[in-house]
Design a protein around this ligand. Sequence first.
Ligand code: MOS
Length: 743
Amino acid sequence: MIPVTGLPVDRRDGRLKVTGRAKYAAEFAIDNVAHAVLVQSTIASGTITGFDLAAAKAVPGVLAILSPDNAPRLPHAPSPDQNAAGPNVVAIPLLQDNKVYYNGQHIAVVVADTLERAQYAASLVKASYQEGEAAVRMADALAEAYPPKHFRNGSRPPDSRRGDPEAAWDAAPIRLDLTYTTPVENHNPMEPHATIALWDGDRLTVYSATQGIDASRHTLAVLFGLKPEQIRVICPFVGGGFGCKGVTWPHVTLAAMAAREVGRPVKLVLTRAQMYTSNGYRPRTIQHLKVAASPDGRLMAMRHDGLSEMSVRAIGEFAEPVGLVTEMLYACPNVAVTHRLVPLNMPLPTFMRAPGEASGSFALESAIDELAAAAKLDPIAVRLLNYAETDPHEDKPFSSKSLRQCYAAGAAAFGWPDRSPEPGSMRDGDALVGWGMASATYPMNRSKASARVVFDPDGGVVVQAATQDLGTGTYTVMAQLAADALRMPLYRVRFELGDSRFPPAPVSGGSQTAASVGPAVLAAIDAAKQKLFALALADNRSPLAGAAANDLALEDGFIRMRDAPHRRVSLGGLLARNRLERFEATGSAAPGDEKQHYSMHSFGAQFVEVRIDPVLREIRVSRVVGAFAPGRILNAKTARSQAIGGIVFGIGMALLEATETDPNIGRVTNPNVAEYLMPVNADVPDIETIFVEEQDRLVNPVGVKGLGELPIVGVAAAIANAVWHATGVRVRDLPIRLDKILT
Ligand code: MOS
């Protein structure tokens, strides 16, 4: 049987999605459902002194208006430490008190029998406030910067250093002292957040748009004081997440609270505008980077001091870990990294596609380009000169690293050797042409996961796990892996996900789904085979009688003797003889101590061409080549889609995206997809992707390193470097819009 893993198999949910048959959270038809609409604060700081609800209550069909005055008190009072300590519990605001910490905070929920009535009533809710002092501009609050208390969930301190960066800086002939800044960005998945909540006694079912159904179950259990078994979370399809569906945000809990109050199922959908203050964002950063080198471009010292914007401390903590790439990407003996948070009256930030790596590599990979110019080296040459053969931060070998091959393959496909080094020296007609490149890297993440395999009497197999498919291809690649492990044709294998009744799996964040769930699928199939072999051997009239389990193999629905394939029993026959209408096995898999011995990262190289109008300075990305080494490729087609998606996201980050806030009242002024600019087709050229496949079974039994986040990393720097090459103007502040390169 020819293996299917790796082949460009069409995504299994593709047809369902393009024909509208894929059901997203808000689309489940639930009898008697009522509609909830959130009311959000219009001030950035203060106290709610009262509500005028007379007009809202008079709207026909209104069932309830929940506010801090009457909302049920949750058994476990939300605390900021709860928000900060685990990434999965975000408990504030839940209408538990009358404090306002940012503009756009949930302050009330209106429930009515129709959506329109709920919306109208919500528009009539009037809150009065005692306004407090609000800090909404990062530049004004820098003196308040503080070190995060729970950096990386407390797994490491926020600062690190090796060698003596200060002494090396003092002695270095080339010294670059640079500041890079990145704006607030919002995720903007096509599917907005949505939850339908139903109570049956003390059992809660939620249909909810989430990157983590099992984590949502646990969060709701904590907040309502229930056992996880009393909660079921269903989410068969996710219309994009990018990190904003990684934690269970308060609107999910509020939907469940409202459903219990009105004694009916309740549906709550965030509006696009509410998506800008309700589910995190990539925080603004100010990154101070010092790079010191010898005259020939060898790194002597680096210092990366990262400031990222935060909410007020009372509601939690999130730090954008911008310096982690600087710790490990280059061989440099003297490195210091710090992370600090600047508290503002803004919502809590969160993970957004390659949190830290995307924003931090904009600074680092721009600075390395500036070093190349200072040392008169080609940008690839300076990177090869400082290539880290082993992880310089953890002082461990890499389980595998094919960055060199990515540079080479990307450069060849792009035609990089034809680049003329001087800025402004390349033209096509009138257009200024710039070529830039940057490195990409992302850690291999993996968590414990489990899966179940169910054999139907008709010969089909279903594999199940409580995981998610964010549009990444989980449905498809897990079926491919399972088909090969079962040695069955792909069409007879189905993978099911999106129901918390399936065996638990981790949040689909950190690009960890394939590396976590894949090994669990293999473990479940292994367990099933052992049980099936034992069953076959227990029958002394079977053609396999007298064999040992080690002699047997499962193939195409038969258990056979390896050495005598004509001695075989069919699975269907075996199950029938044993009167088993259904046969199943579960397995789980977890990382061991391999990360204590090896550093595990994926790598890549981004190559970009920009064309800039010499007068108007309009910037167009005209070519991109991305070369990536993410371990094993499970599906050539979905992998390519992931890579293209990441690069498009990077084009948005480089040239377009920024969430703007009114500096006086702290309100987002462009909470819509018309004024929050994202790349459209005309902004995106044909993108060439190259995969340098690696055989690395040290990372996990499947050999994947994850591909959701790697492809955005380095794109913003490669574009900034190309803009500099075209114009001689170095832009260190994202997004790079034409006003920043007017000369
Ligand atoms: Mo990703 S930002 O870890 O969902």
